[in-house]
Design a protein around this ligand. Structure first.
Ligand code: GUN
Ligand code: ZN
Length: 433
């Protein structure tokens, strides 16, 4: 006999991309979300659904809370736990300081212990799907996949490829080693449970043409793996990249010249893109993933949300932890709002929540399985506490509309607001226990 569990509370989700479609938001003040075997059976107003529940169905009451689809953090570095919040540097200097710390992850015991800490932190923040950069040691990614699989978490990861221009003392990879290590990780993990592999050249600066060719070869050999890398984050980084690839007309063109753009490619940051680049991103269906906490922390610049909208490109959102000083996607939304404000563009709460939920699912082409509460989808969701702090509680009493409620959640929220996190219907985090 299948067991249904019903969750009662306010429900919020998006049905489409609010940049292009009006009326694509559902907010149900007193809602019911029923889950059976990890999958959503129904969602709607409690007064309509309660009397249809099979006798004896367990109803979990989430008072003073909004249930939202689990967050997607589509750009995040697991081996930067020990280097988050390093004072005073911008990208290239910062990388020289933090990268040597990633060396420790070749030790499987360290990799395993820290994978547990990293994933636990993500769940505490309400993140239920992530696209993660490991270190260059395949042990780092093995450990992440092992932990994510044990939790039945939707998880994308790859070991970083880097065969040149790393700080002194780092064990550089080689194209041959990268091919071998990535292939063995793909064979071991890709497609198992909810896990997927992402081919992950750290960035063009750290990869020779031979290494980039390995990335293309891997993408060609496997239909449904992902590609992720950094793009156009910082002016000095862009300048160095174009010195290394003088035949290319832009930073984006470097990846394009290796055939690495497309629907399964996720580019982190994308701050200093030109109109031509946006056009090419649109043509290829590639995904742009801004990381506002990181972009403010490193002083890298402002992602052009409005241009991305005008070009109808896929946008998801990340934290870029540890250059981002948080693993909270609520904080990333808050920073995205401020980033857009600095450019005279007001990011609505719908747009922000879209990037962190359904937009993330669309970016990964898994929106048929996750991203909102439609029946048949996997029940990954988060319970956000409207009384998380005295100020939030007081402000919520004065919130008059669903848009106001959701905006307050994203502007004042962080990990303290996440009361519970569920993966495929199973509770994996309770703040108060
Ligand atoms: N570019 C290459 N590596 C990194 C990294 O670890 N973090 C950020 N923010 N940018 C990068
Ligand atoms: Zn990054």
């Amino acid at each position: 006999m299948t067991l249904t569990v019903a969750h009662r509370g306010s429900l919020f989700h998006l049905l489409a991309d609010p940049r292009f479609k009006e009326d694509c938001v559902e907010f149900i003040e007193d809602g019911l979300l029923t889950v059976s075997e990890g999958v959503i059976e129904s969602m709607g107003p409690a007064d309509q659904l309660l009397h249809q529940l099979p006798a004896g169905t367990k109803v979990i009451q989430h008072n003073d809370a909004v249930l939202v689809p689990g967050f997607f953090d589509l750009h995040v570095h697991s081996p930067q736990l020990t280097t988050v919040a390093i004072y005073g540097e911008q990208l290239l200097g910062w990388l020289n300081t933090i990268i040597p710390e990633e060396e420790a992850y070749k030790d499987p015991e360290i990799a395993s212990k820290r994978a547990d800490i990293f994933i636990k932190e993500a769940l505490r923040n309400g993140t239920t799907t992530m696209a993660v950069y490991g270190s260059w040691a395949k042990e780092s990614v093995d450990a992440l996949f092992k932990k994510a699989d044990s939790l039945n978490m939707r998880f994308v990861a790859g070991k970083v490829m880097a065969d040149r221009n790393m700080p002194a003392g780092i064990s550089l990879t080689s194209p041959e080693q990268d091919y071998e290590d990535c292939s063995s990780l793909i064979d071991a993990w890709h497609g198992k449970g909810r896990l997927s592999y992402a081919v992950t050249p750290r960035f063009a600066i750290s990869c020779t043409r031979e290494d980039m060719n390995v990335a293309s070869r891997l993408m060609g050999e496997h239909d449904d793996i992902y590609f992720q890398t950094h793009l156009s984050e910082n002016p000095k980084e862009i300048e160095f990249t174009l010195e290394l690839f003088p035949e290319c007309k832009s930073y984006l063109d470097v990846y394009d010249s290796f055939g690495l753009l497309g629907r399964r490619s996720i580019f982190g940051h994308c701050i200093h893109l030109e109109d031509e680049d946006f056009k090419r991103v649109e043509e290829t269906g590639s995904v742009l993933c801004p990381n506002p906490p990181s972009n403010f922390f490193l002083g890298s610049g402002l992602f052009k949300f409005e241009n991305a909208k005008n070009h109808n490109v896929h946008v998801a959102l990340g934290t870029d932890f540890g250059a981002g000083n948080t693993l909270s996607m609520l904080s990333s939304m808050e920073n995205a709002y401020k980033m857009a404000q600095l450019q005279g563009y007001s990011l609505s709460p719908w747009e922000a929540f879209y990037y962190a939920t359904l937009g993330g699912a669309k970016a990964l082409s898994v929106d048929d399985r996750v991203g909102n509460f439609l029946p048949g989808k996997e029940a990954d969701f988060v319970v956000l506490d409207k009384k998380a702090t005295p100020l939030i509680e007081w402000r919520m009493e004065h919130a008059r509309t669903p848009a106001d409620v959701m905006f307050v959640l994203m502007m004042l929220g962080d990990d303290r607001m996440v009361r519970s996190t569920y993966l495929a219907g199973n509770a994996v985090h309770h703040r108060d226990e």
